[in-house]
Design a protein around this ligand. Structure first.
Ligand code: U2F
Length: 448
């Protein structure tokens, strides 16, 4: 009833690293407009909340709450180990969240009636059980890695040994015969330098079947075989994406005027380069990539974080200023939707892949960690909407060949047609298709 709904209070627990909090926030922004009387409290670190809430204007029923980041005093991030803060954060969780949740309940004067968390936070299941409320995790990546995480024990048993060749394929899950041992996320198979990460992913695989619903930012017809398997293993597996369409970002700033620059380029001619929010390829690869872009006929737009000038060969920026534009931030979705953009060189993070599909742009993938190799293989061998970089690391020749293949061959043309088909499926899903229906179901689960 209306009166009962007035008292709903949903605690949202964000993973404050990489591009995780942003899609969770998009989902919450959408739900908050569907349930205007429900209060949403968004728990993340101060740094992450500042980023996510910046420029969003007035949000009536979503409030940010900061949680402790767990970092030692005077901590300085090291370039060699960008994942280190994740380890510290995970040591502080879930205590940091519980503490902030108690404060929020006091201040807002409403008990928590549902927990929506990043899927990484398996402990959401325990907190929700203690509070007798539903737990609804959001998986921010694609369906294939999710299925492998749910089947971690089996995958380890079949593919985890030392003697397993990299090219052995997965013959024990329907739809995975093109996927090889070397494509499986390493954090799923082995302990790594930050043991909290594989431990967290393992627990996640164990706990997700306890969730009232598992939400994901993909859309059903993108990978239907895998979606069916997920539906049979989880209660209410609800794909509501692509979130960039379900809940478009109203901000998307363009401080360096990339769109204006794209307006001046020929249709389908531009190589767009960006490796997401965590990955910086090693210096020698950046150097050969720069050489390849300098020598190829196509114009390029390159998004590079942190002091780009220091990372390039001497004189590169000066020599390429006519044909190229190097910036530290782009409105990526709009760049991919611009008709001048012809190919995307990416690290194959899930958000980038879905945006490339939404923008109808074939990809060249240089995966680095986590789900990225599996995403690359899926792009290349299942959807056929791009290629992995030859030999796994970038060489001048490899990059040049891949650009030519996509921009000026029949094979590239076919990839564009394939991606157009997936784009259509995405548009259908959000306009009265599966994603919009799943969103309604989700609303029921979280406000029950
Ligand atoms: C982690 O992904 P990343 O954050 O490294 O990369 P993406 O998932 O591709 O997300 C990058 C986002 O940042 C945006 C871009 C994407 O939404 O549009 N962006 C931008 O707008 N402008 C820029 O100049 C640069 C970036 C992880 F590394 C991946 O393996 C996972 O798949 C992913 C999701 O869990 O999280």
């Amino acid at each position: 009833s209306e009166a009962k709904n007035d008292l709903k209070h949903i605690a949202v627990l964000a993973f404050p690293f990489a591009t995780h909090a942003a899609p969770l926030f998009s989902l919450i922004r959408r739900l908050s407009t569907m349930a205007p009387k429900t209060k949403f409290t968004f728990f993340s670190t101060k740094e992450s909340n500042n980023k996510v809430f910046s420029g969003q204007g007035r949000l009536e029923n979503i409030k940010p709450y900061n949680v402790n980041d767990g970092l030692p005093e005077d901590y300085m991030i090291s370039f060699e180990n960008p994942h280190e803060p994740v380890g510290y954060f995970l040591k502080a969780a879930p205590g940091n969240f519980k503490q902030a949740m108690e404060v929020a309940v006091q201040v807002i004067g409403r008990e928590i009636t549902c927990i929506i968390s990043d899927a990484f936070f398996w402990f959401g299941a325990d907190i929700a059980r203690e509070l007798h409320v539903p737990w609804v995790p959001l998986w921010t990546a694609g369906p294939r890695p999710l299925l492998l995480h749910l089947e971690t024990d089996l995958v380890r048993q079949k593919m985890g040994g030392d003697g397993v060749p990299e090219d052995r394929t997965i013959d024990f899950l329907p739809g995975f015969s093109e996927i090889r041992a070397g494509d499986i996320p390493e954090e799923l198979l082995y302990e790594d330098a930050i043991p909290e990460i594989p431990a967290m992913l393992y627990k996640m695989g164990q706990m997700l079947p306890r969730a009232a619903a598992v939400v994901s930012s993909s859309w059903e017809k993108l990978d239907p075989d895998v979606v069916n398997q997920l539906k049979s293993r989880l209660h209410n597996f609800l794909e509501v994406g692509p979130l960039v369409l379900t809940s478009p970002d109203p901000v998307m700033s363009d401080p360096q005027c990339c769109l204006e620059w794209l307006d001046k380029q020929k249709r389908g001619s531009v190589v767009y380069v960006c490796f997401g929010s965590m990955v910086i390829p090693p210096p020698h690869e950046l150097a050969v990539l720069a050489e390849a872009l300098e020598d190829c006929d196509s114009p390029f737009l390159w998004s590079v974080r942190d002091n780009p000038a220091e990372r390039f060969p001497e004189g590169f920026l000066e020599r390429t200023k006519e044909k190229g534009k190097v910036v530290s931030w782009t409105p990526q979705l709009k760049v991919l939707q611009h008709n001048a953009t012809g190919v995307f060189l990416t690290h194959a993070g899930w958000n980038s892949i879905s945006e490339s599909i939404v923008g109808c742009v074939p990809m060249i993938c240089r995966p680095v960690f986590g789900d990225q190799a599996l995403n690359t293989r899926t792009v290349e061998a299942i959807w056929k909407i791009g290629v992995g970089i030859e030999g796994e690391t970038m060489t001048k020749d490899g990059v040049t060949k891949a650009i030519k293949l996509i921009l000026s061959t029949g094979e590239g043309e076919q990839m564009r047609k394939n991606v157009e088909h997936l784009q259509d499926l995405a548009l259908d899903a959000v306009s009265n298709g599966s994603s919009s229906k799943n969103l309604e179901t989700l609303l029921e689960v979280v406000t029950k």
